[in-house]
Ligand binder design. Structure first.
Ligand code: ADP
Ligand code: MG
Length: 607
C-alpha cells in the first residue's frame, strides 16, 4: 500500500479510539468542558445507557457563534496557546480533542449562547461533515447532544454492554466529578427518571453524604493537612468500615480524578497495619499541588498524572493518613454500632495462623504478657492514663470505680470505655460507659495492644526474650541455614537467637518471651522458609510486622480465660491509650457501643 495522508474523519475516529471508550467517556469529557466553562449547574440526560442519547447542558460561559465550527475542529482549544501553558494547566481539558473525537463517532449537535450574547447558535456534525451554524433558542450556556454513539463504528458498538452497566459507568464518572466540585449543582437522569440531583452548597461533607451515604460520613475520619507546598483534605474510612472491593476510592489532584499507583501505594501502606489482606479502604481525598509540580499530559484520557517529586507526594500522603489512623484508639473515634452488623463480611481466619500453621495455644498467657511489660523497660514509656494504670494485668485499684458496678465516681470524668461489669462466655468484656453498654472482644483487643507494644519494643531494639534451658536443634536446608547467618541481626532484634551448628543444622537458643509455650520449631522453620522465598529487604520489613502480629496473637489472652474486674478495667484503660486499638490487626472492630437509646428502643421504652 502506498503511503497516504489519512482523511480528517478517520484521524478523529482513531483519536476517539483512545479517548472515547464508552458512553461514560463522552459524559466525562462533556462535563469537564462545562466545568472548564465555569458552569454552576450541569444537567445530564441519558437514553438507553447513553448509547441512544447523551445530552449535557450547562449555564457556563458559552461559545461565540463564529467559533462553533472551531470547537468541533481537531486540535482547537481555548485553554492553552503555547508550550509553556502545558506547565501550569488549571483546566480539566487542554488537548482540543474531545469534541471532534465524539463528533466523528456519533451524530452531534452543539448549541451555545455566549454570556451577554443576544442569541444562541447551533451546529450539527455527522460523519465528519459540519452543517451550517444556525440561530437557535438557548439560554446563556451550552448544550451538547450526542445521538447514536458509535453508529458508524460497528466494532465499538459491539462492545457496548447492557444499558444498566453503561449507566453505572456513567454514574461512577459523574460521582467522581461531583465529589471534586461540591459547589456545582449536578442533575443526572436516565430515560426521563432522575438518577440523582445534587444541590451545590460547596461543602465536601454534604456532597459526600449525598453520594456515598451518611454511613460513610459516620465511619470515616476527616483529613486536613498542609505542608511542603501540598495540601490534602477529605475523608478516609475507618479500618472497621473497609470494603471487599476497591470501589470507594476517590483521589483528586487539583480537582481532577486520577488513578495513580503511587497514591494507591501510599494509602495501602498507611492502612497496612489495620487492614486484613484483600480488604480495601474507602476514601475521598483532594490533593492540591502547584500545577507546575504535576504533569497532567500523561495520558489522552487524562486520568493519569506524573508528579515531579513523586517521593514527596507519596510520603506526604502516607504520613498524613498514617497519623490520622493512629488516632483510632478505642473510645477516641466513632465506635461501630452494635446493631448494624458491620462485620458481616469479614474473613475471620487469622492469616498468621494459616501462614505458620501454628497450633492455637491452649493456656492463657497473661504471664507472658506480664513478662513483657511487668517490669521491663517498656513500662516507663507507656505509663497509663493519669498515671494510674500500669501497663500490666496486675489489679490496679485506683482506676476501678469504688464498686465494680453501675456507679461512676461523682467527681471524675468517666473514661471513654467506662468500667467493666462482667465477662460473657469467656470471650467478651461488658462495660458501662456514659453512652450505654460497651462490648469488647477480649482477645482481639489484647492482641492489638500487645502488637503495638511489640512494635514499639522492637523499634527500640528491646523485645524481651529468654534463653532456652535446652536449645532446640533443627535440621534445615543449607540455604535456610545461610539465611539464618545472614539475618542474625534481624532475628536478634525480634528476640530470637539462632546459631548455626553445621552446614544444614541450627540451634534455637533464645526466643521472645511472648512466644514461650508455642511450637517454636514450626515457627522458626516457617520463618526461615519465608526468608529464603523472599529475601529482599523491603519484603522483610513488611514481614517483620507480620511476625510481630503472630507473636502478639499467641501472646494474647485466649477465650475462656476468666478475668477479674480489675484485669478487665486494665484492658479497657490500655485500649484507650494504645494507638490504633479500635481495630484488630485485620481491621475488625475490637469494641462496639450499644447506646442507651438503642437499648431503650430494643425494649420499646418511651412509646
Ligand atoms: P478542550 O477541552 O481540550 O479544549 P474540547 O474538544 O473538549 O477540547 O473542546 C474544544 C473547545 O470548545 C474548548 O477549548 C472550549 O473553548 C469549547 N467548549 C467546549 N465545550 C464547551 C462548553 N460546554 N462551554 C463553553 N465552551 C466549550
Ligand atoms: Mg474538553
Amino acid at each position: 500500500m502506498p503511503i497516504r495522508q489519512l482523511p480528517d474523519l478517520l484521524v478523529n475516529q482513531i483519536a476517539a479510539g483512545e479517548v472515547i471508550e464508552r458512553p461514560a467517556s463522552v459524559v466525562k469529557e462533556l462535563v469537564e468542558n462545562a466545568l472548564d466553562a465555569n458552569a454552576t449547574t450541569i444537567e445530564i440526560e441519558l437514553e438507553a445507557g447513553g448509547a441512544k442519547l447523551i445530552r449535557v447542558r450547562d449555564d457556563g460561559d458559552g461559545i461565540e457563534a463564529e467559533e462553533l465550527p472551531l470547537a468541533l475542529a481537531r486540535h482547537a482549544t481555548s485553554k492553552i496557546a503555547a508550550l509553556e501553558d502545558l506547565d501550569r494547566i488549571a483546566t480539566l481539558g487542554f488537548r482540543g480533542e474531545a469534541l471532534p473525537s465524539i463528533a466523528s463517532v456519533s451524530r452531534l449537535t452543539l448549541t451555545s449562547r455566549r454570556r451577554g450574547a443576544p442569541h444562541a447558535h447551533a451546529i450539527t456534525a455527522e460523519d465528519g461533515r459540519l452543517g451550517a451554524s444556525k440561530p437557535a433558542a438557548h439560554p446563556e450556556g451550552t448544550t451538547v447532544a450526542v445521538h447514536d454513539l458509535f453508529f458508524n463504528v460497528p466494532a465499538r458498538r459491539k462492545f457496548l454492554r447492557a444499558e444498566r452497566t453503561e449507566l453505572s459507568h456513567i454514574e461512577e464518572h459523574v460521582r467522581a466529578l461531583a465529589l471534586a466540585r461540591p459547589g456545582i449543582v449536578f442533575r443526572l437522569s436516565h430515560g426521563g427518571r432522575a438518577v440523582f440531583a445534587l444541590a451545590g452548597d460547596g461543602r465536601d461533607a454534604t456532597r459526600i453524604d449525598a453520594l456515598l451515604g451518611d454511613e460513610f460520613g459516620a465511619q470515616s475520619l476527616a483529613i486536613e493537612a498542609a505542608g511542603a507546598g501540598l495540601a490534602l483534605r477529605g475523608r478516609v474510612g475507618l479500618p472497621t468500615a473497609s470494603r471487599g472491593q476497591a470501589d470507594r476510592q476517590y483521589f483528586f489532584v487539583n480537582g481532577r480524578a486520577v488513578r495513580d499507583r503511587l497514591v494507591a501505594h501510599a494509602v495501602r501502606q498507611a492502612y497496612a497495619d489495620v487492614l486484613f489482606h484483600g480488604r480495601h479502604a474507602a476514601f475521598v481525598l483532594q490533593l492540591t499541588i502547584d500545577p507546575s509540580a504535576v504533569d497532567v499530559n500523561a495520558h489522552p484520557a487524562k486520568h493519569e498524572v506524573r508528579f515531579r517529586d513523586s517521593r514527596l507526594v507519596h510520603d506526604f500522603i502516607f504520613r498524613t493518613l498514617h497519623e490520622a489512623l493512629a488516632q483510632t484508639r478505642a473510645g477516641a473515634s466513632a465506635p461501630v454500632a452494635a446493631l448494624a452488623s458491620p462485620a458481616a463480611s469479614y474473613a475471620y481466619a487469622s492469616p498468621m495462623q494459616a501462614r505458620f500453621g501454628l497450633p492455637v495455644r491452649e493456656a492463657a498467657s497473661m504471664d507472658a504478657y506480664a513478662a513483657l511489660y511487668g517490669n521491663g523497660a517498656a513500662t516507663a514509656a507507656t505509663a497509663g492514663v493519669g498515671g494510674a494504670s500500669a501497663p500490666t494485668w496486675a489489679p490496679v485499684g485506683a482506676e476501678a470505680p469504688p464498686t465494680g458496678n453501675a456507679a461512676f465516681p461523682n467527681d471524675a470524668e468517666p473514661p471513654p470505655l467506662g468500667f467493666a461489669i462482667a465477662q460473657l462466655h469467656g470471650i467478651f468484656v461488658l462495660a458501662e460507659n456514659a453512652q450505654g453498654l460497651v462490648l469488647v472482644d477480649m482477645h482481639a483487643a489484647h492482641e492489638r495492644i500487645t502488637y503495638e507494644r511489640l512494635k514499639q519494643a522492637q523499634a527500640c531494639g528491646e523485645v524481651p526474650s529468654q534463653t532456652l534451658l535446652v536449645p532446640i536443634p533443627l535440621r534445615v536446608a543449607e540455604r535456610e541455614a545461610d539465611a539464618c547467618d545472614e539475618q542474625a541481626a534481624r532475628f536478634a532484634a525480634l528476640g530470637f537467637e539462632l546459631a548455626r551448628s553445621g552446614p544444614t543444622s541450627i540451634l534455637v537458643r533464645r526466643i521472645p518471651s511472648a512466644l514461650e509455650g508455642v511450637d517454636v520449631e514450626r515457627l522458626v522453620r516457617d520463618v526461615l522458609a519465608d526468608l529464603v522465598a523472599h529475601g529482599s529487604d523491603a519484603r522483610l520489613v513488611e514481614y517483620e510486622n507480620e511476625l510481630l502480629a503472630t507473636m502478639a496473637c499467641h501472646a494474647s489472652v485466649r477465650a475462656n480465660r476468666r478475668l477479674t474486674l480489675p484485669e478487665m478495667n486494665a484492658l479497657l484503660r490500655q485500649m484507650e491509650e494504645t494507638e490504633r486499638s479500635g481495630q484488630c490487626n485485620h481491621g475488625r472492630p475490637t469494641w462496639v457501643q450499644l447506646t442507651k437509646a438503642e437499648l431503650d428502643r430494643m425494649f420499646l421504652r418511651g412509646r
